[in-house]
Write a protein that binds this ligand. Structure first.
Ligand code: TRP
Length: 332
């Protein structure tokens, strides 16, 4: 039996933070390890182009994201990883699908609607600052998914509407030609673990409470030491269940380590010592990946090689598929 295909696109936004690692990268890699599905990951650089118009930064971000996944353990021999723009066939698909997508469907996209609403609230023209790439973003995303005949698409909840749209587009096409030309993908909502950030709220770049994943050891320690604590003296017994430091500690340690630190809290622990324990746990988790990350970023040819391997692997199948579709619609 052929394997089911699980596909995910990652927008290149630079070095991930610990929240991305705990919430998305670590669970995704764990799932790949003992999964019977074939994993395909791609860096969605054309999707980033909708908002990022600085060439150097966009390219660097793509490298950083690719290097992060590779460093954290994605094996390019087992899991396909490629750069979206290195599979140009998707752009041919993109035009084809655009001709089967109603404008009204795009008008209903949450992301687009939010931008329009923001403009209206600010008393601006409703389309100010919205380029056609943003508007048709869901079409390109549908193509990313449909060209691989993907079965599953694990995404954050905010992306589920886009998967529904991909299904709509595939349906319209299939109906038109009375043929199951496109497979209907299934969105899999990744609830994900939400790691708290330095201020206790969900770790997020937009709250600026995040810890970048590959900070040098010294800088990582410095950031952990900046976590705010109260002025209780070390000998005062403390409640581990009411401590951001302990909360964070849990994501990087075994139950036994947690038990030991909880006991120490109850006996009385200095906040500096508690933070040192947290830093050591985080550092132990990430140090091997950080080393690989730094190696990859110092020799980008290694990253290029992995990405090229991915593109070379998927392109022949996609080209064949594209030929069939073009035959069906009567072009080419
Ligand atoms: N839009 C997705 C995001 O912002 C990224 C993405 C692009 C994607 N193409 C995709 C995700 C295809 C899944 C499948 O996170």
């Amino acid at each position: 039996m052929t394997k089911k295909i699980s596909l995910t696109g990652i927008k290149p936004t630079g070095i991930p933070h610990f929240g991305n690692y705990i919430g998305a990268i670590r669970p995704a890699l764990k799932m790949l390890e003992n999964s019977s599905t074939e994993g395909i990951y791609f860096i969605a650089d054309y999707h980033s182009l909708t908002t990022m118009h600085d060439g150097k930064t966009l390219r660097e971000n793509s490298y950083e994201v690719a290097a992060s996944w590779l460093a954290c353990g994605l094996d390019p021999e087992k899991t396909t990883i490629y750069l979206q723009s290195q599979v140009p066939e998707v752009m041919e698909f993109n035009w084809i699908m655009a001709c089967f997508t109603s404008k009204g469907l795009m008008n209903r996209a949450h992301a687009y609607k939010a931008l329009v609403q923001r403009n209206e609230e600010a008393g601006r023209d409703q389309d100010q600052g919205i380029n056609m790439g943003i508007y048709t973003y869901p079409i390109l995303m549908a193509c990313d998914i449909l060209i691989h005949k993907s079965d599953y698409v694990p995404v954050g909840e905010d992306q589920l509407q886009h998967i529904e749209m991909a299904r709509d587009m595939a349906n319209v096409f299939n109906h038109t030609y009375k043929k199951e030309a496109f497979k209907l993908p299934e969105g899999i909502a990744q609830k994900g673990v939400l790691l708290p950030g330095l201020d206790g709220r969900k770790m997020s770049k937009s709250y600026n409470n995040h810890i970048p994943l590959f900070l040098p050891e010294k800088k990582l320690r410095k950031m952990v030491m900046k976590i705010q604590t109260d002025s209780q003296p070390p000998e005062t017994p403390k409640n581990p269940d009411d401590s951001l430091i302990f909360d964070l500690y849990k994501y990087f340690t075994t139950e036994q380590q947690q038990q030991e630190l909880a006991d120490w809290y109850r006996r009385g622990i200095g906040w500096g010592e508690a933070k040192q324990q947290l830093f050591e746990a985080m550092n132990a988790e990430i140090a091997p990946a950080r080393e690989r990350y730094n190696e990859l970023m110092a020799d980008k040819a290694q990253i290029d090689k992995a990405l090229q391997m991915g593109a070379e692997k998927v392109r022949p199948q996609i080209q064949e598929y594209l030929r069939e579709i073009k035959e069906l619609i009567g072009v080419g």
